[in-house]
Write a protein that binds this ligand. Structure first.
Ligand code: AGP
Length: 602
């Protein structure tokens, strides 16, 4: 996790770095820092615990700086504190570094080279900068050679930006596994963990690849391999709109992103339709799926929960057996694979390290892979054979909302087109159904006060809560409970409704909130029965049910949509409940404690 930025050029580096860090705060927000070089080539270090706003207050605005590096942290090694905040410096103060990633062999490196070096933090990062200084000073290497020699000694993931006071006109960068982009401009160049952080400065970016190092000056960028071979790589244009990054009139990004979902549904239909209005995608993706005997969906968190809905869609529409796996388990405990597997990686960010380590193995085994991601050019997109984009627009709140519905919508299109390519009869017109769903989502969002009220009466003071459902509603309650727990800190579980009586019902006490999701007519009666069982034991029950299912009078009724796509609508009340519960508990809705948006460590 963590976000890094760098700037060298002709404008106020402090402001550009702080703005970039504001944008990257989704990657971690327990401490932050910048190191800037003023026009008399003196370095200034500013670090603070907590958010970028706290760092901003600490920065001396009178310093005129034209280059520097910055970092926002999600703690891996060492508690959140000023000492552990980046940039870290060598003991002489000559070198300063920012790092995104985890150095797995930091203890070995420390013991091998740095036994006599006094350390000032508990981080793995400080080892890197002290090691560079050690090579530069003990072995009298120039900065680039010392940097490369240090990198060769490191095992793990890193995106690095390094400043050397003795070469103040250059910033050094390197990467392995963690993402790093170099941005180019007229009279300046930048470094960033993602393009959004620097989109106000430039939309021209060059990807740095694993095993490469770069030097940035005001005039240009030079990239080379560790062996010294110069790499000539053209920049690409990042199609991002700086205006997408604002909250507009919303108090929180999560509220804005929930509201954006009808528009996202319509945008997905448009982007996957050809000029004749027919759904279409790269035929090679469909051929590759049809050549396989089983689909393996691999993902984490909310994307994993979307994967279960995708399984249902793919199996029911294409008759291709589909399994869903947690990336963090799959990579280390791979099940027996069939002869011709096809892998689908679901990842909003496209940067999740747990998923990437599986993709690396899948590529080594030579199996075909497809990434569904919201971020074009992300690591999982680049490294998979195929990519399908979600077109959800930047998702900034740590809690994923519109990416979940976008993933399901894109999988529904994939399922329909695969079935058609297979020559199967397809009874669902997905584009039409998604258009109906866009309106259905709008009408649920119009009722948001109902869910705010429910949060106030049922959840804002509760210790725990339960969501229950069966079949496709069980997949949905897995996501509903993750959403509520991650933003409100109410301990919430999502259960298969039929399983309650096999143990979990023992947890039901007076006023325990239990929310039942009922959208499937085959199981509606049974789940209603389960709701009655918990009411009889004192639970505070709420039923959210699809229209036409003989619901009790006090149930909230969702507009009717296609039975395979109900999670696209039934998830909306659960997102609103999570949002309002977090809000009324006084939490930072967009940045829940201990979390980060992009999880780039395993
Ligand atoms: C979602 O609300 C979570 N914050 C988290 O579970 C997230 O879905 C997970 O980390 C996977 O991220 P990805 O989709 O970017 O791979």
């Amino acid at each position: 996790m963590c976000g890094i930025v760098g700037y060298i050029g002709n404008k106020d580096a402090k402001e550009i770095l702080l703005h970039g860090l504001d944008t990257l705060e989704y990657r971690g927000y327990d401490s932050a820092g910048i190191y800037v070089m003023d026009d008399s080539q003196t370095g200034h270090l500013f670090k603070e615990k907590g958010r970028i706003a706290a760092l901003r207050d600490k920065v001396d605005q009178s310093v005129a700086a034209f280059s520097g590096i910055g970092h926002t942290r999600w703690a891996t090694h060492g508690a959140p504190s000023v000492d552990n905040a980046h940039p870290h410096q060598s003991n002489s103060g000559r070198f300063s570094i920012v790092h995104n990633g985890v150095i797995e062999n930091f203890a070995e490196v420390r013991d091998a080279y740095l036994q006599d070096v006094e350390l000032h933090s508990d981080t793995d990062t400080e080892i890197i900068v002290q090691l560079i200084a050690w090579f530069a000073e003990s072995e009298e290497l120039d900065t680039m050679d010392a940097f490369k020699k240090a990198i060769v000694a490191l095992k793990g993931s890193y995106a690095l930006a390094l400043v050397d006071n003795e070469n103040p006109d250059v910033i050094y960068a390197a990467k392995n596994k963690s993402p790093l982009l170099l941005g180019t401009g007229d009279g300046f160049n930048v470094i960033c963990s993602d393009a959004m952080a620097m989109i106000r400065e430039t939309n021209q970016f060059i990807e740095l690849m694993d095993g490469e190092v770069a030097t940035l000056s005001q005039e240009g960028i030079q990239i080379e391999t560790l062996a010294g071979d110069i790499i000539d790589r053209a920049p690409y244009t990042a199609h991002l709109d700086a205006n997408d990054l604002g909250k507009g009139t919303y108090p929180y990004y999560m509220a804005k992103e929930i509201d954006e979902q009808p528009a996202v549904m319509r945008k997905i239909i448009q982007n996957y339709q050809n000029e004749q209005g027919e759904l279409e995608m790269d035929p090679e993706i469909l051929e590759s799926i049809l050549a396989s005997d089983r689909i393996y969906i691999v993902a984490c968190g909310t994307s994993y929960n979307a994967g279960w809905v995708g399984k249902q869609l793919l199996e029911k529409t294409t008759n291709i057996p589909t399994e869903v796996h947690l990336s963090s388990e799959f990579g280390y405990n791979m099940p027996l694979l069939t002869e011709k597997p096809f892998f689908i990686f679901l990842s909003q960010s496209g940067e999740t390290a747990d998923s990437r380590q599986v993709l690396v193995q899948v590529n080594e085994m030579g199996y075909p892979s497809l990434t569904l991601t919201n971020v074009p050019g992300s690591t999982l997109s680049r490294e998979a054979q195929f990519t399908l984009l979600l077109y959800a627009g930047p998702e900034i709140a740590v809690a994923s909302t519109k990416a979940y519905t976008a993933q399901i919508a894109v999988m529904s299109i994939l399922a329909e087109l695969t079935a058609k390519a297979k020559g199967l009869p397809v009874e669902m017109d997905v584009a039409h159904e998604l258009a109906i769903i866009a309106s259905a989502i709008e009408s649920v969002i119009d009722d948001k006060e109902i869910f705010e009220q429910l949060s106030l009466t049922h959840l804002s003071t509760s210790r725990n809560a339960f969501y229950i459902g069966r079949g496709i509603d069980y997949y949905l309650v897995m996501e509903a409970s993750l959403k509520l727990k991650e933003v409100s800190y109410v301990q919430t579980e999502g259960f298969a409704a039929g399983e309650l009586k096999h143990g979990t019902i023992a947890l039901i006490e007076d006023n325990t909130p239990v929310i039942s999701i009922i959208t499937d007519k085959k199981t509606a009666g049974h789940t209603r029965g389960n709701a009655h069982e918990v009411i009889s034991r004192g639970a505070h029950s709420m039923i959210i049910s699809m229209d036409g299912l003989n619901q009790p009078e006090d149930a909230y009724v969702l507009p009717k949509v296609h039975e395979l796509l109900t999670p696209l609508v039934s998830v909306i009340p659960t997102q609103l409940i999570a949002y309002y519960t977090s809000l009324h508990r006084g939490n930072d809705v967009d940045k829940p404690r201990n979390l980060a948006k992009s999880v780039t460590v395993e």
